[in-house]
Ligand binder design. Sequence first.
Ligand code: AR6
Length: 163
Amino acid sequence: MIHLIQGDITKFEGDAIVNAANSSLLGGGGVDGAIHRAAGPELLQECRTLGGCPTGEAKLTGAYKLPCKYVIHTVGPIYRDGTRGEPEALKNCYANSLKLALKHEVKSIAFPNISTGVYGYPKEEAAQIAVQTVKDFLSEHPGLEVSFYCFDDENYRLYQQLL
Ligand code: AR6
């Protein structure tokens, strides 16, 4: 099942939230900053042990002071012109996060709109990739509950249309 929520992903009370991180996994602005602030400094301590993360891949940590159990850190592509593997990389972020969730018996997971902030991915194309990748995964694994957390109005409207 897919849910659409407008708001702050750090409030999600299910099993796992996905972080739109950078390849250092050592924090940043946007949703990454919000997640680290809400989780507390132990999240950064655990992230330091992971040795970073390549674009399109995902790594799991505890959630510390957040109301969920896990944070899945994934690294979206920096958008240049769409011909440098950006669509595949963005798809991999969603698919690899979902695979990792399943491995850890996650039943409910929340995604932000990966790459659509600082990384500049066009929002409509990013939303299409996100929704299609999640739908494909759910057709194989129908038990999982996926929530899309849209922060800005434009993303929220785009997801409303697609869902
Ligand atoms: N809850 C949900 N969504 C949010 C929140 C929040 N609390 N705050 C922002 N967003 P961005 P990126 C939305 O820039 O483009 C970081 O510095 C925001 O409106 O957070 O993948 C990392 O360390 C946007 O739609 O991530 C990387 O260096 C979406 O989250 C870099 O930014 C993603 O915007 C990653 O860039």
